[in-house]
Every structure is written in C-alpha cells, then in structure tokens.
Design a protein around this ligand. Structure first.
Ligand code: DGP
Length: 126
C-alpha cells in the first residue's frame, strides 16, 4: 500500500490561503496555527507545507531540510507559547494517524496542548 494525499483537505486549503487561520509561526517549510476547536488554553497545530498525510509518511519521504525545519518549529512554538520545559510547565504533543489514530484531517499535524494539566495519556476506548 502506498501513501495517498488528498489535496482538498482543510489544511491544504489553509496552506493555499483558501481558508483563514490564526498563524502562530510560519517558516520556509512549516506553518503553526491555532486549533479552531481548542481543547486546552494552548492548542496549536503544526503542519509541514509539503503534501504528507501522516508522521510516518513525512519521516520516510520528506527532505532533511523539511524535517529539521518542522522539528525546530515545534520547539519554537513550545517556547513562544510558554509551555516548554525551559519556560513553563510542559505540554502534550499528539499526532493522530489514520483510522485507528482517529485522524480527522489527512495532512500531517502535531497538536501542542498545554497551559493546563493534561490528565492521563490515553482514554480507554469504548
Ligand atoms: P485530528 O483529529 O488529529 O485530525 O485533528 C484535527 C484538528 O483540526 C481538530 O483538533 C480540529 C482542527 N480543525 C478542523 N478544521 C479546522 C480549521 O478549519 N481550522 C483550524 N484552525 N483547525 C481546524
């Protein structure tokens, strides 16, 4: 099975400027913006600009420059939002993938959630 990317997904539309977003940080290869339905006082989504569906897709197909940029952007956002262990009390970083991961938008994103205690890592599935 190979990866397939749907360029009509919401985050592709955000990247093309077809849908507005509240940008936190933009770099050459990455975009960080606020989640429309925040689940914590800090809830930022970070996406690569390239057409990658999941973290495993990105990790296997992205260039070194994209991976470095993405990783550094995640670190910078944690710092900017005051949740890094350098500046604050921590955060949870989540990347859902596919059906079992309950991924809603099929463009790689990590969620940075923080500024409150996040509780247990995984709720028991019904
Ligand atoms: P996931 O379940 O991991 O695929 O999370 C997708 C997230 O995207 C979810 O927390 C809600 C958020 N989201 C959905 N549509 C939009 C949108 O149009 N704008 C923004 N900023 N976030 C969105």
């Amino acid at each position: 099975m190979s990866y397939s990317y749907d360029d009509q997904n919401i985050f592709a539309k955000i990247l093309r400027g077809e849908i507005p977003n509240t940008t936190v940080l933009e770099t050459e290869h990455s975009l960080a913006f606020r989640d429309l339905y925040p689940q914590a006082p800090t809830h930022v989504l970070i996406i690569p600009k390239g057409p990658y569906v999941s973290y495993d897709h990105f990790a296997s197909a992205a260039s070194d420059a994209e991976i470095i940029d993405y990783t550094r952007t995640i670190g910078k956002v944690c710092e900017m939002e005051g949740v890094s262990l350098n500046a604050g009390d921590g955060y949870r970083l989540i990347s859902n993938a596919g059906a079992h991961g309950v991924q809603e938008v099929p463009h790689l994103h990590v969620h940075i959630l923080g500024a409150r205690h996040m509780g247990r890592m995984v709720a028991k599935a019904e």
